[in-house]
Design a protein around this ligand. Structure first.
Ligand code: ADP
Ligand code: ZN
Length: 753
């Protein structure tokens, strides 16, 4: 790959530019370089090129003196004055394109944020906030305009909930209201709209304002010594830091960063989701001066100025979600992956990369060290440590000798029999809630399902209200009195009678976070509850505000979806309730047990962190499932042993490799036919070339239709990924999308629906 990096020489040898474009094709195109551009063009710059009968932009990825054809066209012009990506990123994107089976141009486009690619220099932002009014409170206005202008009403409602200014773009996205709609609200005197230049987020502090490091405990010191020893090796490799919740992993990351900075090298700190980790960011900013927080998992909103600051060396530490692994930081010596097991490190559109794998690759190229920390290592990482490829460091105890909380499993089947009916909150959970609340302590409740009722169902004819575009039941959301599809975001009015048989026996079945909120308000009217899910937390810093209010004790009960399972550190929380452990366990996914185990272990980690101790109550219809019993016993090793045995028997990761191919399109017949063609071809290929390769399917995907696209899928399974890569490369012709079907290849998939 080294030849890629050579700049154009002015020697007599004529060179051609190798150019890739943003299309799902692993193809490099050759263009001649006209004399006036020779010497100016280097790899990593964009060029304008004729392509078909259009003129488009492409990335220059290298040079060659042997073009595919002697009728090459000319590069028309060079777009950038300096390269957008450096040599390491060029290598990484090439690897991405091969490994994840996507276009090289697609990979580069994913790595360089659109704001950097666009020419805009300054970014103006528009903010909206409520106008203080003494007469006619906004609530009255809301009722008036709800009928005539429901979207404006929604925007007002969100502003009211949030009680601070909101970025106009964000408000438009969430409420569906348009900018003219917002302007009308302004005209009517309800809101203020203000535009100002976006400030860059780099808060620099002087050294003496910084917080000191904590004195490490014995366990931490031992771990830190191992880290430091490895850190100075020329090729330090990967450390798997397996520390139970509250064992002080974060402190180790911070001190490892200091060690790295002393070596004049820099650090990238990956977290599962940036908006959910305000505590970590606060700790990082309190200790270090030049920290850049990359605020979005989508590179689209990364500020150009921030990107430039990082590139120009003004930043020492970058913290952010998965895409931060591509940050243009120079001289990276350390990459931290906190909560390494989290699914959010996997990107669910092209290129479908896992930031954990990219981190290891980048560290190899830059001779940097990777520290992956977690209380529940993914089985992939655990197996790598068992094989000796990663160094494993264990922190077996909590700071301050705090005990892990006891976990009570409530058998919901038995509960239903005993109480002759279903209650969302079991007697045991209610009992412990009363106890904690009476002692002025706090409670966290967890349910992985948002909305009020996930099924709208007719008692007479059995009709279930499904989305018109997706094969999915719609969820009733009480607050906005609306019915939503959680897949395509379609919205409709709640039906008053059955759309099928016209009976008025419409029944709202099941429960989501919104319903539990109602239930808790009824049961515990004297306590304040705050709900955190993607409905209630749609505005950017809503999470941080909510968590701060909870920390200050303004709320006694925090209720939420998985967004509250990780990382939080509140000493006054003495009870965690898992309303249903079955939501994940019942998914058609080979990782369902692992994810259930992780979830219970993580939520258990949110309690017992102070001196008051803690307790966990897990409600389930599968109380004897090993993922639940091992989690209740805080026995990671036991769980891993059992789960690895199953995975081995079935040849699933970490013992085998999977790739999922999804075929989708508006006509089911076309999708089915294309699936059969691909399936037959791959099976034939496996038979002739590679009898270790298995093709499972094709069959309809578990969710058969999303957004009016029918979906089929198949799984490729092999001991070595090379078998799968060969099959994909060898059959690229049938894997090309056409007008009637789209084809998505997902190497090492996390999404099985
Ligand atoms: P983890 O990341 O493993 O869940 P944290 O790093 O959040 O654990 O540590 C748990 C708590 O213990 C935090 O409140 C942290 O400030 C505190 N802590 C960590 N290390 C020390 C130490 N060496 N001395 C005192 N307190 C510590
Ligand atoms: Zn839908």
């Amino acid at each position: 790959m080294e030849h890629l990096i050579t700049p154009v020489s002015r020697s007599s040898q004529k060179l051609y530019a190798e150019v890739v474009i943003n299309i799902p094709l692993q193809k490099v195109f050759h263009y001649s370089i006209p004399p006036h551009l020779c010497g100016t063009l280097v790899t990593g710059m964009r060029v304008r090129i004729p392509f078909g009968n259009k003129i488009i932009a492409g990335f220059c990825v290298g040079f060659t003196d042997t073009p595919f054809t002697d009728k090459t066209k000319d590069v028309l012009s060079i777009i950038d004055s300096s390269p957008l990506i450096d040599d390491v990123m060029l290598k990484i994107t090439r690897w991405l394109s091969f490994h994840y089976y996507c276009g090289w141009g697609e990979a580069i486009s994913a790595v360089v944020p659109p704001v950097v690619r666009s020419k805009k220099k300054e970014r103006w932002n528009t903010f909206v906030r409520l106008k203080e009014r003494t007469t006619s409170p906004v609530q009255d206005v809301l009722i008036q305009i709800k009928v005539r202008a429901p979207k404006q009403a929604k925007a007002l409602e969100i502003l009211l909930d949030h009680s601070a200014e909101i970025n106009a773009k964000e408000l438009i996205r969430i409420s569906g209201c348009t900018m003219p709609g917002l302007r009308q609200l302004e005209k009517k005197g309800f809101v203020l709209i203000e535009s100002r230049l976006q400030d860059t987020a780099n808060t620099s502090r002087t050294i003496d304002q910084l917080q000191q490091h904590l004195t490490l405990t014995g366990d931490q010191q031992k771990a830190f010594d191992s880290i430091c020893k490895k850190l100075l090796e020329p090729k330090p490799g990967v450390i798997l830091l397996h520390g139970i919740t509250g064992s002080g992993k974060t402190e180790l990351y911070l001190q490892a960063i200091t060690k790295m900075l002393e070596q004049a090298r820099k650090a990238i700190y990956l977290v599962p989701e940036i908006s959910l980790t305000p505590q970590t960011i606060q700790r990082l900013k309190a200790r270090f001066c030049k920290v850049a927080v990359l605020h979005s998992s989508l590179l689209g909103t990364v500020h150009q100025s921030q990107w430039n600051d990082i590139r120009e060396g003004k930043v020492d530490i970058v913290i952010g979600a998965r895409s931060s692994i591509f940050a243009p930081l120079k001289n990276v010596g350390l990459i931290i992956i906190d909560e390494e097991h989290e699914n959010t490190y996997k990107q669910e559109n092209n290129p479908r990369y896992n930031a954990r794998d990219i981190a290891i690759l980048r560290a190899t190229y830059e001779n940097a060290m990777v520290i992956m920390g977690t209380a529940t290592p993914s089985l992939e990482s655990y197996q790598q440590a068992m094989n000796g490829n990663y160094e494993k460091i264990v922190l077996p105890r909590r700071i301050g000798e705090r005990k892990l909380p006891p976990v009570d499993i409530v058998d919901m089947g038995e509960e239903v029999r005993k109480r002759r009916g279903f209650n969302i909150i079991s007697q045991r959970l209610e009992y412990y809630m009363k106890q904690s609340l009476a002692r002025n302590e706090q409670v966290i409740l967890f349910l992985n399902r948002r909305g009020f009722a996930p099924y709208i169902h007719c008692k007479r004819c059995g009709f279930v209200l499904k989305c018109r575009r997706c094969d999915i039941p719609m969820t009733f959301h009480k607050k906005f009195n609306t019915v939503l599809c959680h897949y395509c975001h379609a919205e409709t009015h709640p039906p008053e009678s059955c759309p099928d048989c016209l009976a008025s026996n419409i029944n709202y079945r099941g429960f989501g976070t919104e319903k539990i909120e109602d239930e808790i308000r009824n049961k515990f009217p004297n306590y304040q509850i705050i709900r955190m899910d993607s409905d209630s937390m749609r505005v950017r810093d809503a999470h941080e505000k909510a968590l701060n209010a909870f920390e200050r004790g303004e709320f006694q009960i925090l209720l939420g979806t998985q967004m509250i399972a990780k990382g939080l550190d509140f000493p006054n929380v003495t009870l965690v309730g898992v309303i249903s452990a079955d939501t994940i366990l019942n998914l058609p996914d080979f990782r369902a047990s692992e994810r259930t185990f992780q979830l219970i272990s993580q939520v258990a980690g949110r309690t017992g962190r102070g001196t008051k101790g803690g307790r966990v109550v897990v409600q389930s219809y599968n109380p004897r499932h090993y993922s639940i019993t091992y989690a209740a016993a805080h026995d990671y090793e036991g769980f891993a042993r059992k789960e690895l045995e199953y995975r081995k028997q079935l040849g699933y990761p970490p013992f085998g490799n999977l790739t999922r191919i999804i075929i989708r399109g508006p006509q089911e017949a076309n999708v089915k036919e294309k699936s059969a063609i691909i399936g037959d071809r791959l099976k034939e290929f496996a038979k002739i070339n590679d009898n270790h390769l298995e093709i499972l399917g094709p069959s309809p995907a578990p969710v058969t239709r999303i957004n009016n696209l029918f979906r089929w899928h198949m799984l490729l399974k092999a001991q070595n990924l090379a078998s799968i890569h060969k099959a994909l490369q060898g059959n690229a012709d049938v894997l090309k999308p056409s007008k009637s079907v789209q084809i998505m290849v997902d190497v090492d998939p996390y999404m099985m629906l």
